[in-house]
Design a binder for this molecule. Structure first.
Ligand code: ASN
Ligand code: ZN
Length: 322
């Protein structure tokens, strides 16, 4: 009797396992593995030669250098936002390996995308700290790469300011996504962690209130306009690409704030649809871009839904006619 019971147990167990397999296996087999980033972080050792010494590659554990680890994690956070929310596989959409170099130069006060990699300075320590400290700045630099592979917005005048604004918008979304912040929770600042205590300021730029990020003896006053009435005509900074970006930045914040919830879900999706949708020309101006966002809101959501209304209203508020 004991043997028969054991035998029945085995049969029942086998039947149970077979049933589980039938439920579980087909799904596990059908789903392809999630794409993974392929990151490499280099250390320029305070020289200006690129890429520098290989410091941490994909799958390797944290190293002693915090700048290396922040860059590595920032590349990962940016990869995740684009993949999980916009279905974009890396910067080029085709799994491009992600490279970054830290400790570029000595006291170097900037970070940039050089066409194939992100490069970070340590800051001079007086005004700026290490440029890997702000996750939105990492997302900003990588988004210059995304722009290069999508609309390729020309880096001067209004198209250049749109290029800069895209970098700020998606840079901020990288941070919001990593911190699980709604539009209401987010600070909407770019580079809030970069300024030393000696600077009178909150960040490099404020998307919610352009022109108010800093007012300081060394840096001067934040020159960003918040509406077209204050658009800055200048020949410096490629025609004010980091200045007039305040106008489309604020439009994005207004849409995100009006719609509420996670900014990447609706406002970010509309902006991404325009950036990667193939209709945005490299020499697009603000009005071209604005009209495409209204169209994208209608196409992705609905003709006269809250999304399209919020987008139209935001551009009107910043003085861009759609
Ligand atoms: N950090 C600046 C930027 O990404 C550097 C530059 O390219 N002017 O816009
Ligand atoms: Zn930029």
């Amino acid at each position: 009797a004991a043997r028969r019971t054991a035998g029945t147990d085995v049969l029942q167990r086998n039947a149970r396992i077979a049933a589980q397999r039938a439920r579980i296996l087909p799904r596990a087999v059908e789903r392809p593995p999630a794409p993974r980033p392929r990151r490499t972080v280099y250390d320029a050792g305070h020289r200006q030669a690129l890429p520098g010494r290989r410091a941490r590659a994909e799958g390797e554990g944290a190293v002693a250098d915090a700048s290396v680890n922040r860059a590595y994690d920032g590349l990962g956070a940016t990869f995740s936002l684009y993949l999980e929310e916009f279905d974009r596989y890396s910067i080029d959409g085709g799994g491009l390996p992600l490279d970054a170099t830290v400790h570029f130069g000595r006291g170097y006060d900037n970070a940039f995308w050089d066409g194939s990699r992100m490069v970070f300075g340590d800051g001079d320590g007086e005004v700026f700290k290490d440029f890997t400290l702000s996750l939105d700045v990492i997302g900003h630099e990588l988004t210059h790469g995304v722009v290069q592979y999508t609309a390729a917005l020309e880096y001067h005048g209004q198209s250049g300011a749109l290029n800069e604004s895209m970098a700020d918008v998606f840079g901020s979304l990288v941070k919001q996504y990593a911190l699980d912040q709604t539009a209401a929770d987010a600070d909407w600042l770019i580079g809030a962690d970069l300024l030393t205590d000696r600077v009178r300021g909150r960040a490099l730029r404020d998307m919610r209130a352009p022109g108010t990020a800093y007012d300081d003896d060394v840096l001067g006053k934040d020159p960003q306009p918040a509406t077209m009435d204050d658009y800055v005509e200048t020949r410096s900074d490629n025609g004010g690409v980091h200045i007039n970006s305040g106008i489309p930045n604020r439009a994005f914040h207004l849409v995100a704030a009006e719609l509420g919830g996670y900014a990447w879900e609706r406002a970010g999706q509309i902006w991404y649809d325009v950036l990667a949708g193939g209709r945005l020309r490299p020499d697009a101006g603000f009005a071209d871009f604005a009209a495409l966002t209204v169209r994208a809101a209608r196409e992705r959501f609905s003709g006269d839904g809250p999304e399209a209304q919020a987008v139209s209203k935001a551009w009107a508020q910043v003085g861009v006619v759609t």
